[in-house]
Design a protein around this ligand. Structure first.
Ligand SMILES: Cc1cc2nc3c(=O)[nH]c(=O)nc-3n(C[C@H](O)[C@H](O)[C@H](O)COP(=O)(O)OP(=O)(O)OC[C@H]3O[C@@H](n4cnc5c(N)ncnc54)[C@H](O)[C@@H]3O)c2cc1C
Ligand code: SF4
Ligand code: SF4
Ligand code: SF4
Length: 391
């Protein structure tokens, strides 16, 4: 049997590594900073299990949502620190209060994102908010398997490719497993994130750093990155923050290779429930204020319906229509224009980053950011002069 795992479409879920009974697979970091599986031919017994559980080689369990909601968590403090409508907290709260286990993305002390297991609500605070960086799910799958075998209820939340990877790894559905994916446009490189963070602080200083994507304090749920260094809070919009720009501007230079042709940017979903931003909610559901952050919920399976029943008392919600959600969130229709194309200079960007530093790579490969910022500065001066003149 010819054992070959995918290269470009590999999402790094680690199902293959975890299923291999002889430990022939290790996850190895490539130039772009993402982990990819490497097979040790001397150890491999050619059983083919790794290819069987690889969702990138075939995922058969897509579902079209049967229900769609706009929603916000009732707890206003939680809503403030959540990226969208705080649905994740409502879901975690309901499962943990039943004695279940929750899996979600957290940072370690050095801002490496990974999927962690939680079994108490007090542990959930650091999980609030999107971490716009690829997260490592490699340790989580065997833990989920163990929890399920022990009869525990499990809520697994993460990127669509992570929930798909888990389902393939487990090989069958479980009554006590609820999978929730987030709408995902693409995940930036963890190596790029580390090199960017170096511009704010060295590794030692990282413990005193508090970095947050999409802080709602100034801009509502609009785009703003903030970081505290030595107690001083800095605000940056998406143009000012070079890491955010590399992630979400048209350059899309920092994504994982698999993100450009990703099958999960679609209305057909790979999990029981999908949550994301409900952009344009005010047009159809005037009760919701977009600046507070509003969640879109897609209920994709019968299991998803059961999960929604569990959180009804914890959220303000209104039934909606996926057609409305599609209007402003192209991820649930089909990948937005340009999402399929890997930038020609992506590899050169990462090579430069390995050679030099974040600021150099930013100047060389995110030049459009600098051009727009310069233009903005130039138009600001005459505006200032006009104001002075009027006074
Ligand atoms: C890389 C990435 C890209 C995204 N792109 C879009 C998009 O284009 N359009 C859109 O509508 N929504 C997108 N989202 C989802 C959105 O930003 C919110 O995460 C989501 O709506 C949940 O918000 P919340 O208020 O319910 O919970 P929050 O408390 O804000 O988020 C916590 C939830 O997000 C998960 N999470 C956070 N970061 C990660 C990560 N790095 N890896 C895996 N899971 C993570 C946690 O496991 C938990 O389930 C993206 C999220 C990520 C991480
Ligand atoms: S074929 Fe079997 S032994 Fe070889 S790497 Fe895959 S799972 Fe491991
Ligand atoms: S997608 Fe997951 S299972 Fe497939 S090769 Fe990559 S890490 Fe392995
Ligand atoms: S875009 Fe697709 S492949 Fe990339 S992180 Fe999101 S779900 Fe995974």
């Amino acid at each position: 049997m010819n054992i070959q795992l995918p290269a470009t479409s590999c999402t790094g879920c680690s199902a293959c590594m975890n299923i291999c009974s002889v430990g022939a697979i290790t996850m190895v970091e490539q130039t772009d900073g993402f982990l990819y599986p490497q097979i040790n031919d001397e150890k491999c017994i050619k059983c083919g299990q790794c290819m069987k559980v690889c969702h990138a080689l075939g995922f058969e369990s897509f579902n079209k949502p049967s229900q769609c909601y706009a929603a916000q968590v009732n707890d206003k403090d939680v809503l403030r620190v959540s990226t969208s409508g705080g649905l994740f907290y409502a879901l975690a709260d309901s499962i943990l209060s039943e004695g279940g286990a929750v899996y979600a993305c957290n940072y370690d002390d050095d801002y490496n994102a990974f999927i962690q297991r939680f079994d108490a609500l007090e542990q959930i605070a650091p999980v609030h908010g999107s971490k716009y960086v690829w997260s490592d799910s490699s340790l989580s799958y065997p833990l989920v398997k163990k929890d399920l075998e022990e009869g525990r209820t499990v809520l697994y939340t993460g990127l669509p490719c992570q929930t798909a990877g888990l389902r393939k790894y487990l090989k069958k559905d479980h009554e006590n497993l609820f999978t929730v994916d987030i709408l995902c446009g693409g995940a930036p490189s963890p190596y790029a994130f580390q090199r960017y963070l170096e511009t704010l602080t060295d590794k030692e200083g990282r413990k005193n750093l508090r970095f947050q994507f999409r802080d709602k304090e100034k801009n509502g749920s609009g785009v703003c990155c903030t970081y505290y260094i030595n107690g001083v809070k800095h605000y940056e919009n998406y143009l000012e923050n070079s890491f955010y720009f590399a992630f979400c501007s048209k350059s899309r230079i920092s994504w994982r290779k698999s993100c450009y042709g990703c099958n999960y940017k679609s209305l057909y979903r790979a999990s029981d429930m999908t949550i994301g931003d409900y952009w344009g909610v005010e047009k159809h559901h005037g009760d919701f204020k977009p600046k507070d952050g509003v969640s879109l919920i897609l209920v994709n399976t019968e299991q998803g319906k059961r999960l929604f029943e569990k959180i009804k008392g914890r959220v303000k919600y209104v039934m909606s229509d996926a057609i409305y959600a599609i209007e402003k969130n192209s991820l649930v229709k089909e990948p937005a224009e340009g999402h399929h194309k890997m930038p020609d200079n992506r590899q050169a960007f990462f090579e430069e980053l390995r050679r030099s530093d974040w600021d150099t790579a930013d100047r060389m490969y995110l030049s459009s950011r600098h051009k727009i910022l310069k233009k903005q500065k130039l138009t600001r001066i005459p505006r200032k002069l006009m104001r002075m003149f009027k006074k």
